[in-house]
Design a protein around this ligand. Structure first.
Ligand code: UD1
Length: 420
């Protein structure tokens, strides 16, 4: 297992190129199950989750090849419709194979994902949506069994806005017979980018980027070459890191509109932000004003950036409240930040960060992907050295984060460690 040794007291200055969006890639990759044609995904990030998804697809007979950031997938020799527990337990998004498999092959056998590090994450809406399209679903031995002759169009309303359920049901609806209407669909850019790719593949989808998706089913889809959108969560992480270190950081290959909530919060905290069509520059030279944030579905402040915001608020001139309405128990990083000297209180679904305490380097433990990022960031402003254990979490979603940050002034060293 690897750990990071992070030197405190650094300042980030320079330019970072943002990778393709992990969560977009994970949604684009399973579309290879909807067509026998090969296709290419450009700007694919080379991180652990993408690798895990490739291994899952390979276990089903799909060929995959990564050349730099160009991923080629070909499902013409598929020989299994099973997503085994050994893959699904590593990554919940593995469930994205369910919709395409039942839509195209009429059968799918997919392990239930189980719990995760920040509370219960049900998949009921994935299943209900597919049932509404005509799939028969049973659960047995920890597996979802889905079968269908051919799916048919229907109206399905998502009780809760869900990225994953929208992805699964929308993919399935593209090959269903007739029209599907999805209401209260997720509008995250990663969902919209999947919908646009499906249209390039021959699907008929109206309302892309809105909560109402109207899909006319087609008989077949074809392969395409498409470019993955920039990772707004990686970008948000680096922007906050730049501000925290009172730095001057420019991010290239970003879509500023995808970060509207984060940019406004940074400006409210006192940062200077300049944007072009595909770059964002953040400058900060003082401690931030305390700024409360509340996570909500897109275009609100993302749950995937709340832990990083809490780390930023450790320097605030007062108390800031961080509320998560999507995952109300996603505060596992708080006791770790407290080990560095942070003054944070937690309540139901929120924490209050009282800025201004002295932070000193310590050994801390990553609990999930974004929590790990917040620990690295806090380490960069603490006195002395911070050891962040279990950085495999961070490797799931960030490509070479230490190299990217070291190139702009951070001092982060990766070491392997014997941890039991
Ligand atoms: C995706 C993102 C994850 C992000 C999350 C919220 C990917 C691979 N992951 O996860 O990084 O933190 O969106 O933006 O894109 N829910 C149900 N029933 C369901 C499904 C979800 O009640 O069947 C609830 C969840 O418990 C949660 C809310 O819906 O409270 C949103 O979750 P969802 O958007 O589905 O998250 P994921 O797709 O798992």
């Amino acid at each position: 297992m690897d750990k990071f040794i992070v030197d405190g007291g650094i300042r980030l200055e320079g330019s970072i190129t943002v990778s393709g969006a992990k969560n977009a890639s994970l949604a684009l990759m399973p579309t290879c199950l909807l067509t026998p044609d090969a296709f290419r995904l450009l700007n694919t990030p080379d991180n652990r989750d993408v690798l895990t998804f490739r291994r899952l697809l390979e276990s089903m007979g799909i060929t995959s090849a990564m050349d730099g950031h160009e991923l080629t997938l070909d499902s013409s020799a598929i020989n299994s419709h099973t997503a085994p527990y050994e893959h699904v337990k590593k990554m919940r998004a593995s469930i994205y194979v369910l919709g395409p498999l039942v839509a195209r092959y009429g059968k799918a056998h997919v392990s239930l994902p189980g719990g995760c590090n920040f509370g219960p994450r049900p998949v009921d809406l994935h299943l209900k949506g597919l049932e509404r399209l005509g799939a028969t679903i049973t659960i047995e031995g920890g597996y979802i069994n889905a079968t269908a002759e051919r799916l048919h169009g229907a109206h399905f309303h998502f009780d809760v806005s869900s990225v994953g359920a929208t992805v699964n049901v929308m993919m399935a609806a593209t090959l269903a017979k007739g029209e599907t209407l999805l209401t209260n669909a997720a509008t995250e850019p990663e969902v919209a980018s999947l919908a646009s790719m499906l249209v390039e593949m021959g699907a008929i989808i109206d309302g892309i980027g809105t909560t109402t998706l109207r899909i006319q089913g087609v008989d077949a889809l074809h392969g395409v070459t498409t470019t993955t959108i920039p990772d707004r969560i990686e970008a948000g992480t680096f922007l906050i890191a730049g501000a925290m270190t009172k730095g001057d950081l420019t991010l290239e290959n970003v879509e500023p509109l995808h970060l509207s909530a984060e940019l406004q919060a940074l400006q409210d905290a006192g940062c200077t932000i300049d944007t072009t069509a595909n770059s964002i520059r953040v400058r900060m030279d003082a401690n931030p004003e305390p700024v409360d944030i509340t996570t909500t579905p897109y275009p609100g402040f993302p749950t995937d950036t709340q832990a990083q915001w809490a780390a930023f608020m450790l320097q605030a001139k007062g108390a800031a409240r961080v509320r998560d309405t999507i995952y109300p128990t996603r505060f596992g990083y708080v006791p770790e930040l407290q080990r560095l000297g942070a003054d944070i209180e937690t309540g139901e679904g929120y924490c209050v960060v009282k800025g201004g305490t002295r932070l000193t380097g310590a050994t801390v433990m990553s609990s999930d992907l974004r929590a790990s990022a917040s620990l690295v960031m806090a380490g960069m402003i603490a006195d002395g050295q911070t050891e962040v254990l279990r950085v495999y979490h961070i490797d799931r979603g960030y490509e070479s984060i230490e190299h990217k940050l070291n190139a702009v002034g951070a001092r982060i060293r990766r070491e392997s460690t014997q941890e039991f």
